[in-house]
Design a protein. Structure first.
Length: 227
C-alpha cells in the first residue's frame, strides 16, 4: 500500500512543526512548507526527525503553491496554517499591510484549495484543514485588519466543505481561541496556554473521523480561557 502524503503550509517551530511531527508519527510522508525553509532544515537535523522534508512556499503566490504540490504529489492530508498578523485601530491601519495580510491568510487558502483538491479527488478523498482564530468569529477592537482575513478564510472553508464533502473531501476549520505555548510565553502559567502537541492531536482526530460523523469546525481553548 502506498504511503500517504501530508502537506503543512505555514510551518514554524510552534504549531506547524508539531503538526508535522504528529503526522510523521502516524506514518505519513510529510512536506513542511515555509517561506524560508532553512530553519526547518535545522529543526529536522536537531530533532533527527524522519519522514519530514522541508520545502519553500510563498502562500500568497499561486505559482509557488502550485509548485509545492507538483513537488509533493497528491496529498491525503493538507493543513493551511499560514498567517500574518496585522494590528491597529481602524483609522491608523495601513491598507497595504492589511492587503498583504489578507493575501496570506485568505487568498493563500484559496490557492491551497485549488492546488490540493485535484490531487485529493484523484486519490478518492482527503482532508483539508484550515487554522482559524478567535478573530475568525469576532472582530475585536484593534484587530479589524486581521479579522478581515480570518473571517474570509472561514467563509472559504465553509464553501469548500459544502462543495467537496459529497466527493469525499473533508474540509474542516479550527478556532484556536487562546495563546499557544511557546518560548515567548515563558513564565506564564502553562494551564492558560494551548499545548501545540495537543492541538496537533486534535487535527489528527479530524483527519481520522468517520465520514458518517464529520466535524466542520472545532474550537480549541485552555480550560481556564474566558469565552
Amino acid at each position: 500500500m502506498a504511503q500517504d502524503t501530508a502537506v503543512v503550509i505555514g510551518v514554524g517551530p510552534g504549531l506547524g512543526w508539531h503538526l508535522c511531527a504528529r503526522f510523521a508519527e502516524a506514518g505519513l510522508r510529510v512536506v513542511a512548507a515555509a517561506r524560508s525553509p532553512q530553519r526547518l532544515d535545522s529543526l529536522i537535523a536537531e530533532t533527527e526527525a524522519t519522514g519530514i522534508e522541508a520545502a519553500a512556499c510563498d502562500a500568497a503566490d499561486a505559482g509557488s503553491v502550485q509548485a509545492l504540490f507538483a513537488h509533493s504529489g497528491p496529498a491525503r492530508l493538507v493543513v493551511y496554517n499560514a498567517g500574518k498578523m496585522v494590528r491597529g485601530g481602524a483609522l491608523e491601519l495601513d491598507p497595504a499591510e492589511v492587503e498583504a495580510a489578507w493575501r496570506v491568510i485568505c487568498l493563500g487558502g484559496l490557492h491551497t484549495a485549488q492546488a490540493a483538491i485535484p490531487g485529493m479527488l484523484e486519490l478518492g478523498g482527503g482532508t483539508l484543514i484550515y487554522t482559524g482564530a478567535t478573530a475568525s468569529l469576532r472582530g475585536g477592537a484593534g484587530f479589524g485588519g486581521f479579522a478581515l482575513g480570518k473571517f474570509g478564510l472561514r467563509a472559504l472553508a465553509q464553501s469548500l466543505a459544502r462543495e467537496f464533502g459529497p466527493q469525499g473531501i473533508h474540509v474542516a476549520h479550527t478556532i484556536i481561541d487562546g495563546q499557544i505555548a511557546s518560548a515567548r510565553h515563558a513564565g506564564r502559567d502553562p494551564a492558560t496556554l494551548l499545548k501545540p502537541s495537543a492541538i496537533a492531536e486534535a487535527y489528527w482526530r479530524l483527519h481520522t473521523q468517520d465520514p458518517t460523523a464529520w466535524s466542520f469546525e472545532v474550537d480549541l481553548r485552555p480550560a481556564q480561557e474566558k469565552w
